[in-house]
Write a protein that binds this ligand. Structure first.
Ligand code: AMP
Length: 225
């Protein structure tokens, strides 16, 4: 594990199915950071039936973007929690210009800055296949895929031994098309924003999980020092 001199703030950018969640989970162990996924936080809010969750539910099912107001409220609370003091990997946030500006302000207020914004670059054509085959362990959240990553023992999670698996309701072809459209309209322009800020790194995410992890570790080593 690398020693960090100040809290790292690493952003993983990329369309649905690029591997943000899978890679964030590997990197958090490797670098002692905490993965913050706004998708996970929103799904938890929906499951808990909170006000924010009730407002977000229909938008998420359609593949659109939840309002900045709701997302910022959720992430703000989470980023102030004690367990994220050593640094975070932001997975799926920011996704709009408004969110990126709010993050900049949030970090400036805390005397922090973005360590790296890593763009996972993939072809749209590969996305539907990647997203529609994926599922996770219901106990520990480890990710699997019908074609690319199955448990060593069928039906048993490699990581925790759990035997319940779940698929996301929005991982279907129609919703994926809407999510890709939202990515291109609202999130892809942030690549330019981070480039201008001097923190952008690009990674070829069309390869298998292992080689993409290797590229990410090398980028993170360079950025975190
Ligand atoms: P994800 O798990 O990142 O694929 O997110 C699942 C869904 O949650 C997205 O399709 C959006 O509806 C919503 N969502 C997650 N993160 C954000 C965000 N930063 N801004 C707006 N909507 C989000």
């Amino acid at each position: 594990m690398s020693e960090l001199s100040k809290p790292a703030v690493v952003i993983l950018l990329g369309p649905p199915g690029a591997g943000k969640g899978t890679q964030a989970r590997i990197l958090e162990e490797q670098f002692g950071l905490v993965q913050l996924s706004t998708g996970d936080l929103l799904r938890a809010a929906v499951a808990a039936g909170t006000d924010a969750g009730q407002k977000a539910k229909a938008v998420m099912e359609s593949g659109g973007l939840v309002s900045d107001e709701i997302v910022l409220e959720i992430i703000n609370d989470r980023m102030r929690a004690a367990d994220v003091a050593q640094g975070v990997i932001l997975d799926g946030f920011p996704r709009t210009k408004g969110q990126a500006e709010a993050l900049d302000a949030m970090l400036a207020e805390a005397g922090q800055e973005i360590t790296a914004a890593i763009s996972l670059e993939v072809d749209d054509a590969a996305m539907v296949a990647r997203v529609s085959g994926r599922y996770t362990c219901g106990m520990c959240g480890e990710g699997y895929h019908d074609s690319f990553k199955q448990p060593a023992v069928a039906g048993v999670c490699d990581k925790c031994g759990g035997t319940n698996f779940k698929r996301r309701a929005d991982d279907n072809a129609d919703t994926v098309a809407a999510r890709l459209a939202a990515y291109h309209a609202d999130t892809a322009p942030l690549i330019g924003h981070f480039d201008r800020a001097g923190v952008l790194r690009r990674v070829d995410a069309m390869q298998d999980i292992g080689p993409v992890t290797a590229q990410l570790i090398s980028v993170m080593d360079g950025a975190i020092g």
